[in-house]
Design a protein around this ligand. Structure first.
Ligand code: DGL
Length: 286
């Protein structure tokens, strides 16, 4: 059995639909940040599986099991739409999550591929992500389905460097130089678009902008996902005007973490760019 939730379902007493956002940890807060810009009129429940991260080095079986558990938890909290903010979980387990969920599910890979398809002129795209995301070839498939050529490059050292706060550090810059030199080698030196296929990479956007070849457009899958969520969100709104005023008020945020709530608050605010309060500890038992 997947869990012994200590929470009972929260009844949504407002007229604002609840969006459940799931990530392996803090990184998905970059997606939540983009969501708050594009869909400010929602309630948000964010679940970070901090006790079990990183997902990027784990197997399909494990990631799928964790992700399905997290999705059930968010539904138990009243989520009417699930956003799988974690690139690794989307790449490895979106089908399994969709099959297990009772509400619509939006992952980050398709919106990222769609944005890359709009950005590229020469149809050649580089995707950077975790080891597991790259091994799944989910991005390559999504890009090839749109008639694009794709080169995927695993950059496993970038996640711990971002979590260390080294987003403008010379070591991170050197590491990124090595990865991107390998990514833009061989037939891909002229690729004109690069997808940030990991929740942590938006924090490195300015560094990556300096390191990537100057002609390259950078696509942030957090931003394109937020735009895709906005479309689904409209379908959740009641037809009548009732509750419009309430929906216009500031979004309400609730956070759940499977490890230290204090650490979630501390690290999380770097990713979200806002102070984080309201974090509850959750124990998802095997
Ligand atoms: N959230 C993961 C992703 O976007 C990165 C961190 C991890 O490996 O858990 O792929």
């Amino acid at each position: 059995m997947y869990t012994n939730f200590v929470h009972t379902k929260i009844l949504n007493t407002t007229r604002r639909p609840t969006i459940g956002v799931f990530d392996s940890g803090f990184g998905g807060l970059t997606v939540l940040k983009a969501l708050l810009e594009v869909v400010p009129d929602a309630e948000y429940a964010y679940f970070g599986d901090t006790a079990r991260l990183p997902y990027g080095s784990k197997s399909v079986e494990t990631v799928a099991r964790y992700a399905v558990e997290a999705s059930h938890f968010l539904e138990s909290q009243g989520a009417q739409l699930l956003v799988i903010a974690c690139n690794t979980a989307t790449a490895l387990a979106l089908d399994r999550i969709c099959a297990a969920a009772h509400v619509p599910v939006v992952g980050v890979v398709e919106p990222g591929a769609e944005a890359a398809s709009s950005a590229t002129k020469n149809r050649k795209v580089v995707v950077i992500g975790t080891e597991a995301t790259v091994s799944s070839h989910a991005y390559r498939k999504a890009l090839e389905n749109r008639g694009l050529q794709a080169r995927e490059k695993a950059c496993p050292l970038l996640v711990p460097l971002v979590e260390e706060g080294w987003v403008e550090h010379s070591v991170t810059e050197q590491v990124a130089q090595i990865y991107l030199a390998e990514a833009f080698a061989d037939g891909f030196h002229d690729a004109d678009t690069m997808v940030l296929g990991c929740t942590h990479y938006p924090l490195l956007k300015s560094l990556l902008r300096r390191v990537a070849p100057a002609h390259v457009s950078i696509v942030d899958s957090a931003e394109s996902t937020a735009r895709a969520v906005s479309t689904h969100f409209q379908e959740l709104l009641p037809d009548s005007d009732s509750g419009v005023e309430e929906r216009r008020s500031a979004p309400r945020l609730k956070f759940f973490a499977t490890d230290s709530t204090e650490k979630f608050r501390r690290l999380g605010q770097r990713f979200l760019g806002l102070p984080i309060e309201n974090v509850e500890h959750v124990d998802l038992k095997e």
